[in-house]
Design a binder for this molecule. Structure first.
Ligand code: 6PG
Length: 474
């Protein structure tokens, strides 16, 4: 008997995934372009399960039971295509390649189609949870042909995180659906982290708290509705003492946020789909602004801000409420984007399934996801999370504090792009009539772009530079 599955690409994520598979009793073949990594894996962890080391792709493929199941864990982009190209001549009809990296969904769509021409299956599986998740139980978002998922399902569901006995792995939809939702997961992760960073900034610069004091605040928040992995590790990062200075480590970490691209891809797709995903996009832009350290340093000496102000009342609790309400908006937007993409590409993604598999294993895992799952259980067709009774009431209850926090931030000159834009979205969304009437009027004035009316069917144009008469433009 050969190995039931193979993993090629043994950097930390690949290595940990292979170990996770082996630890669950599945014989696994392992391969890496440079032999030393394969040897190291066997040397250090070979006793954790049934590994078959392979030192060439031919050997690797030969070690696998049919249909062959091969997980590739290499850097997104050209390296994935290179591995696929090398594998194709070695495989037989019905074999399955699973890409577990952070690939762009458009690449996955292309690869599914290309491999189908060779009678091969391609599964684009988003895997979240970082190194630890890969080893101990990640959240897995597989997409591709359904018939290709069936033979890998028992392995993927076994190695995934489990919450209340349910695996954090479920079939998402055809072609690029799995990688799309992983991308959106990362976009939401960006928004979550930006909101946390804004809360930290306010507690530092408006409430005057130190990093260890804020760590305790986050610890407390982690006992309530905000309970989540990111809030938990925020407390840990803020509480950490630097070995060199003896002060908080966070105070000496360079304030330039890097990004590998999934947040930006989420915003790009949202713009293409025309979905107002403001929180994620503000988070991407905030990282871009943070990266301009030299310019900011120059500007800090030139551009004046407001004179110091005072925070009123129980500001710490208000920040917590603002964070929660903004988070609801960020998730409402992210889920709306996934629905729009699913409609555009015909994927039939079930939002309730996503909420279920994001409850454990992944970076955005949170108590909150249970509430989202409940909302979609109540109404699987829910168009926007804000319209669910639970979230409507939660945001309504938080909104006075939310407005106070944004007002205070503006007055003190503390930038809160995600808090503020989430509030603007909320206020825009709950308006039956907005000011876009004027935009339409202006477009018609300078470009005869026409407008529709609230009181009559049809398309109209006003002869602005003639006698001001309105004419039908149907
Ligand atoms: C995950 C993470 C992971 C990603 C990090 C870093 O779900 O396990 O999303 O896939 O590598 O989030 O992303 P950035 O470098 O873009 O911040």
């Amino acid at each position: 008997m050969g190995s039931q599955i193979g993993v090629t690409g043994l950097a930390v994520m690949g290595q940990n995934l292979a170990r996770n598979i082996a630890r669950h009793g599945f014989p696994v073949a392992v391969h890496n372009r440079t032999e030393s990594r394969t040897k190291q894996l066997i040397e250090h962890h070979g006793d954790e399960g049934d590994f078959t080391p392979a030192y060439s792709l031919e050997e690797f493929v030969a070690a696998l039971d049919r249909p062959r199941r091969i997980i590739i864990m290499v850097k997104a982009g050209a390296p994935v295509d290179a591995v696929i190209k090398d594998l194709i001549p070695l495989l037989d009809a019905g074999d399955i390649i699973i890409d577990g990296g952070n690939s762009h969904y458009a690449d996955t769509r292309r690869r599914v189609a290309e491999l189908a021409e060779h009678d091969l299956h391609f599964v684009g599986a988003g895997i979240s949870g970082g190194e630890e998740g890969a080893l101990l139980g990640p959240s897995i978002m597989p997409g591709g042909p359904r018939e290709a998922y069936a033979p890998v399902e028992p392995i993927l569901t076994a190695i995934a995180a489990q919450v209340d006995g349910t695996p954090c792995c479920a079939y998402i939809g055809p072609d690029g659906a799995g990688h799309y939702v992983k991308m959106a997961h990362n976009g939401i992760e960006y928004a979550d982290m930006q909101l946390i960073a804004e809360a930290y900034d306010l507690l530092t610069h408006a409430a005057g708290l130190s990093a260890p004091e804020i760590a305790r605040v986050f610890e407390q928040w982690n006992e309530g509705d905000l309970e989540s992995f990111l809030i938990e590790i925020t407390a840990k990062v803020l509480a950490h003492t630097d070995e060199t200075t003896g002060g908080p480590l966070v105070d000496v970490i360079l304030d330039e946020a890097e990004q590998k691209g999934t947040g930006r891809w989420t915003s790009q797709s949202a713009l293409e789909l025309g979905v107002p995903v403001t929180a994620i996009t503000e988070a991407v832009f905030a990282r871009a602004l943070s990266a301009r350290k030299d310019e900011r340093t120059k500007a800090s000496k030139i551009l004046p801000g407001p004179s110091a102000g005072q925070v009123e009342g129980d500001f710490v609790d208000a920040v917590r409420d603002a964070l929660y309400a903004s988070k609801v908006v960020a998730y409402a937007q992210g889920f709306e984007q996934i629905r729009a993409a699913s409609d555009e590409y015909g994927w039939d993604v079930e939002p309730g399934t996503l909420a279920t598999i994001w409850r454990g294993g992944c970076i955005i895992r949170a108590r909150f996801l249970d509430r989202i799952k409940d909302a979609y259980d109540r109404d699987p067709e829910l168009s926007n999370l804000l319209l669910d009774d639970y979230f409507r009431d939660a945001v309504a209850g938080a909104q006075d504090a939310w407005r106070k926090v944004v007002r205070t931030a503006v007055e003190l000159g503390v930038p809160t792009p995600a808090f503020s834009s989430a509030l603007a979205y909320y206020d825009g969304f709950r308006r039956e009539r907005g000011p876009a009437s004027l935009i339409q009027g202006l477009r018609d004035f300078f470009g005869a772009h026409t407008y529709r009316r609230t009181d009559r069917e049809g398309v109209f144009h006003t002869l602005w530079s003639e006698d001001g008469r309105e004419v039908s433009a149907d």
